[in-house]
Design a protein around this ligand. Sequence first.
Ligand code: F0G
Length: 351
Amino acid sequence: MAYQGILQRYGSLLGLPDHTQQVTLLEGGTPLVPVPGLVEKLGGDFELFVKFEGLNPTGSFKDRGMTAAVSEAVGRGAEAVICASTGNTAASAAAYAARAGLRAIVLIPEGKVAAGKLAGAIVYGAQVIQVQGSFDDALALVVEITQRTPLALVNSLNPYRLEGQKSAAFEICDTLGAAPDWLCLPVGNAGNITAYWMGFEQYHALKKTGLPQLLGAQAAGAAPLVLGHPVEQPETIATAIRIGRPARGEQALQAAQESRGRILAVSDDEILAAQQMLAGEGLWVEPASAAGLAGLKAEVEAGNLDPRGKRIVVVCTGHGLKDPDVITHSMEKPRVIPAEMGALVDVIKVG
Ligand code: F0G
C-alpha cells in the first residue's frame, strides 16, 4: 500500500485518543542518509547517518508532531489552533490547519524568524503576529490565552506533539534494525529530544531494539540547560533554537541523563562549520539543524566521545532552504560575465 503518513504507520504506538481524526500531508518516512565522507573527517572507523528531517512536507520535523496534534484537535471539534514559534512550528501548524480547514494563529519573535519559515506560515494562510520579545515571551502569551479560550495549543506542551515526534525514533530503529549507539540532535524548546527518548524507550520495551546515548546540542548564546538557569536574552545565528526558557527542559535533562548522554553548548562558528560540512556531502540544512553534528564533532575532538566501532545518527531537523539568508549574506556575489564563450573560458579555466 502507498505510504500514508505516520499515524497510519505507527498509530497504534502513539498515545492518541479515540476521537482523533487523521489530518496528514504524508509526513515522516524521511531518509537515513549514510555520510562516509564525514566519518573520514571525524577520524574514521565508525558508522554515521543523517536523519534528514528537512524532507518533511513543510521542511522540518515539526510535521510529525503537528499531524498528531491537529488530528486530535479536529477530532474534538477545535476550530482554531495557536502556537508560539521560532518559525518551523508556525509553518507546520499553518499547513496542517489549512489541510484541516481550521484557523491558525502563530506568534513569532519580531524580526527573528528565517525567511522561508515566515513565508510558509503566510502562504498556508495563518494569521502571523510578531511579538516584541523573544520566543519565550510569545509562548507565555500563548499558554495564557489557551487557558482562557477554546483555542487549541499546538506547541510541544501539547502531549500529542510528542506522541507524533516519537515516530522518528521508531523509523530509525526500523531502518537500522536496532537503536544507534548515539543520537545527536539540536535542543531548543526541548520537545524533540524528550520525544525521541520516549520513542526509543517504547520500542526497546516492545522490540528489544536497545537504547542510544543522547547528545543534545544547544547554541552557546541560548544554552539554559547547559548553564542551569534561564537565559533572558538568548542570541544565536541558529534562530530556530534561540530559546532561553525551554518548556520541556526538565524532561530533556532527565532523558539525556537516563541515556547516559548529555546536553552541551556549541558556538555559532561551530554550527556554521557543521552546516558547511553537511553541505559538502550534498545535505543543506538550516543552521540549528547542524548543531547535532557540531556537538558530535566537538565531543570527538575533545576526546569525550570515542566513536570507534559505533553507529551514530545525527538528526538534521530542518531544510537549508528555510534560511537562505545565512548563506547569501556571508558569501561573495557570483561572478557576472558577458554571454560570450571567451569570457566563460577565461573564468572557468578548464583545458
Ligand atoms: N531544529 C529546528 C530546525 C527547530 O525548528 C527546532 C525548534 C529545534 C531544532 C529544536 O527542537 O524545540 O523540540 O528542542 N523549533 C521550534 C519552533 C521552537 O518554533 O519551530 P525542540
